[in-house]
Design a binder for this molecule. Structure first.
Ligand code: TMP
Length: 206
């Protein structure tokens, strides 16, 4: 199995993390070398920045501040974990990546797209994902699921339904703009059904 960079994207409560774990199991069972990681996070420094982003007052950062913090975390993650793993032919499964910044900070938060384009080009550069699975779900349903988890990483969950509606249409726009890289996953189905959707998309690329 050659190195492959797969990212999982979508709104709150879309079940990405469950599917990352399921796909990792399936790929490992076939003898693949798999690295599972997430954003913001993936390195000790980036995990510290995550703590500043996902908890506390909803207004503690502007969308621009969030984009900059996410990109500081992403740069550390790319250099210290993602690029080294890809160079060892690992399949890297990343729970959120650059499209989350475009959707949350850009489409939903109103950060300048020109700034996001520049950060993407300067920091991600050639390390764009080979495949991005975009998990789509009605935001009311997603927020309900996310709230049931009841964890403290809920700063974005508290941003209101309008924010989450803009977020969903942002992700759908990203899908439209990059149909080769990005694939739609119907996250409203059962966990097994979603796993099958994910597997059929991924196995096409392997
Ligand atoms: P998670 O709970 O899905 O792991 O994600 C953490 C939160 O961070 C989630 O609410 C989305 C948000 N986020 C952004 O706003 N911008 C980003 O670039 C990333 C990676 C995450």
């Amino acid at each position: 199995m050659p190195g492959l960079f797969i990212t999982f994207e979508g709104g709150e409560g879309t079940g990405k993390s469950t599917q990352v774990a399921r796909l990792a199991e399936r790929l490992s069972a076939q003898g693949g070398k798999v690295t599972v990681t997430r954003e913001p996070g993936g390195t000790p420094a980036a995990e510290q920045l995550r703590g500043l982003l996902v908890s506390g007052e909803t207004g503690r950062w502007s969308a621009t501040g969030e984009a900059l913090l996410n990109y500081a975390a992403r740069e550390s993650h790319l250099n210290q974990l993602i690029r080294p793993a890809l160079s060892k032919d690992h399949v890297v499964l990343c729970d959120r990546f650059m499209d989350s910044t475009r959707a949350y900070q850009g489409y939903a938060g109103g950060c300048s797209m020109a700034l996001i384009d520049a950060l993407e080009e300067g920091v991600v550069g050639a390390t764009r994902p080979d495949l991005t699975l975009v998990f789509d779900l009605d935001p009311e349903q997603g927020l309900l699921r996310a709230r049931k988890r009841g964890d403290s990483e809920d700063r974005y969950e508290r941003k209101g339904l309008d924010f989450h509606r803009r977020l969903r249409s942002g992700f759908l726009d990203i899908l439209d703009r990059e149909p080769k890289r990005c694939r739609f996953v119907d996250a409203g189905r059962s966990v097994d059904d979603v796993s099958n959707q994910v597997w059929s998309i991924v196995s096409e690329r392997l």
